[in-house]
Design a protein around this ligand. Structure first.
Ligand code: PRP
Ligand code: MN
Ligand code: MG
Length: 178
């Protein structure tokens, strides 16, 4: 385990198994719909790849880079598009794939954006949900695991751009950011 990690919450095996479970469910729910699966950079990179490999229907993949944290541990509240989709969302069934919902601001912004762009449907898939962090009323349609109100990293999720490459989800020791 990395020296800055206090506790592992979900192992690589558990994360893979959850991605497989959600991928199979999505395959049933989106059969024949050719959904546009939108991964939100950078945090969702590991999850989206594990997820779509488990989907046995036709899908299209695209990515957006939306950032609200910068290098702080608390969301600034301002969502910025760093990179937009290269696909037209109009009329598409959009499946937004996130690593974590905390305040909910990122997803609220994206759901509104896709409605404005006249998507046929917009649903949210998140690996992790931190309900205690919520400041806007957003609920994901598909959730992997709950997490406590701690700073979690790994499997794509960073603290100040660090720890994304850890294969598990863990809690960062307080001394690292205090
Ligand atoms: C993190 C995380 C989610 C979002 C969740 O991304 O990956 O996208 O914040 O927080 P919220 O519910 O409070 O909006 P971040 O903006 O740090 O960018 P990153 O994925 O590139 O790390
Ligand atoms: Mn993110
Ligand atoms: Mg981040």
């Amino acid at each position: 385990m990395h020296k800055d990690i206090q506790e592992i919450l979900y192992s690589e095996q558990e994360l893979r198994a959850k991605a497989a479970e959600l991928g199979k469910q999505l395959s049933k729910d989106y059969e024949g719909k050719n959904p546009l699966v939108v991964g939100i950079l950078k945090g969702a990179i590991f999850f989206i790849t594990d997820l779509v490999k488990e989907m046995d229907i036709d899908v299209e993949l695209d990515f957006m880079d939306v950032s609200s944290y910068g290098n702080a541990t608390v969301s600034t509240g301002e969502v910025k598009i760093i990179k937009d989709l290269s696909t037209n969302a109009e009329g598409r069934d959009i499946l937004i794939v996130e690593d974590i919902i905390d305040s909910g601001r990122t997803l609220e912004y994206l759901v509104n954006l896709f409605k404005y762009r006249k998507a046929n449907s917009v649903k949210l898939v998140t690996l992790l949900d931190k309900p205690e962090g919520r400041v806007v009323d957003i609920t994901a349609d598909y959730v992997g695991f709950p997490v406590p109100n701690e700073f979690v990293v790994g499997y794509g999720i960073d603290y100040a751009e660090k720890y994304r490459n850890l294969p598990y989800i863990g809690i960062v020791k307080r001394e690292v950011y205090e």
